[in-house]
Write a protein that binds this ligand. Structure first.
Ligand SMILES: C[S@@+](CC[C@H](N)C(=O)[O-])C[C@H]1O[C@@H](n2cnc3c(N)ncnc32)[C@H](O)[C@@H]1O
Length: 239
C-alpha cells in the first residue's frame, strides 16, 4: 500500500479567505486534518481560521506542542505528534496539517515534518505556501514591505538589544516578530535612533481584532498580544 502524504497547509494570518486555492483543495480532500492544539482546551488559531472550510466527515486531530524553550520537552512532543500522524499516513491516508501564516516561516510544521522524516524516511511531505505575517501586516498598513534596493531583515525574537543595534546598522527595513515580550527595550532603541515615527505595530493582522499603530513616539509601553509584530523603515534605500 502506498503511504499517505503529510501536507503543510498555510492557513494565512486570520482572514479565512487568505488560504490559497491549492491549500483549500488539499485541505478539503484530506481525510485527516491536524493542527496545533490551542491552549487550555480551546481551539488553536489555525483550526479557527480554517474551520468554515472543513467537512463533517473529516477527522480532526489536535496535536500538542507545548509553548516552552526546553529542547527535551519539545523533542518529545514532536515525536509524539509525528507518531500520531504516521498512524494515518501508514494506512494510506493523507494528513493536512494546518498552521497559522505560512508553514515554512517560523512554523511548527517544519519541526513536525523533520521529526516525521527522521522516524520514517519513506514519509512524503509537501508544503503549500501562503500568506505570512509580515506581508499581511504591510498590506493592512497600505505600505510595501520593501522597494528598489532596500535590504530586509527579520528578527524571529529579540533577546539582546545589541542584536537589534547591529541589524539597524545593516538593514533598510526591519521586521521584529514576537515583539510583545521585548517592546519597551525595542522602543528605547528606536527612540535613541530617532526611528519611532517610521515604526509600525500591527496586532492580529487580517483578523476582526486587527489593530494598527503608525508611529510609536507617544507609545513607550504598549501592551501587545503574542500575535503582533513591529516594522521599522530604517532608511529609504541603502544607496
Ligand atoms: C511562531 S511565529 C509564526 C509565524 C507564522 N508562521 C507566519 O507565517 O507569520 C509567531 C509570530 O508571528 C507573528 N504573527 C503571526 N501572525 C500574526 C498576525 N496575524 N498579526 C501580527 N503578527 C503575527 C507574531 O510576531 C507572532 O509572535
Amino acid at each position: 500500500m502506498t503511504t499517505g502524504t503529510l501536507y503543510g497547509i498555510s492557513a494565512g494570518t486570520g482572514d479565512p479567505e487568505l488560504l490559497s486555492i491549492k491549500g483549500l483543495k488539499i485541505l478539503q480532500s484530506s481525510p485527516v486534518v491536524a493542527f496545533p492544539a490551542g491552549i487550555g482546551g480551546k481551539p488553536g488559531i489555525a483550526q479557527t481560521i480554517v474551520e468554515q472550510w472543513l467537512q463533517p466527515q473529516q477527522l480532526q486531530l489536535a496535536l500538542e506542542f507545548p509553548y516552552v524553550q526546553d529542547e527535551e520537552i519539545l523533542l518529545q512532543a514532536w515525536q509524539v505528534a509525528a507518531k500520531q500522524v504516521w498512524e494515518y499516513l501508514s494506512q494510506g491516508q493523507n494528513v493536512a496539517f494546518v498552521c497559522e501564516g505560512d508553514v515554512s516561516f517560523y512554523s511548527t510544521f517544519t519541526y513536525l515534518a523533520q521529526t516525521l522524516q527522521q522516524l520514517h524516511p519513506e514519509a512524503t511531505v509537501q508544503a503549500i505556501p501562503g500568506v505570512c505575517s509580515p506581508l499581511a501586516a504591510v498590506a493592512a498598513l497600505g505600505l510595501p514591505l520593501t522597494v528598489r534596493a532596500q535590504r530586509l531583515a527579520v528578527l524571529p525574537a529579540l533577546y539582546q538589544v545589541g542584536e537589534l543595534e547591529q541589524v539597524l546598522d545593516w538593514a533598510d527595513v526591519v521586521v521584529l516578530m514576537k515583539v510583545s515580550s521585548v517592546y519597551p527595550q525595542v522602543w528605547a532603541v528606536l527612540q535613541e535612533r530617532k526611528l519611532l515615527e517610521s515604526a509600525y505595530v500591527v496586532e492580529r493582522a487580517t483578523t476582526a481584532q486587527q489593530r494598527i499603530y503608525r508611529g510609536l513616539s507617544d507609545r513607550p509601553n504598549l501592551k501587545l498580544p503574542y500575535f503582533s509584530l513591529l516594522i521599522v523603515q530604517v532608511r529609504e534605500s541603502h544607496n
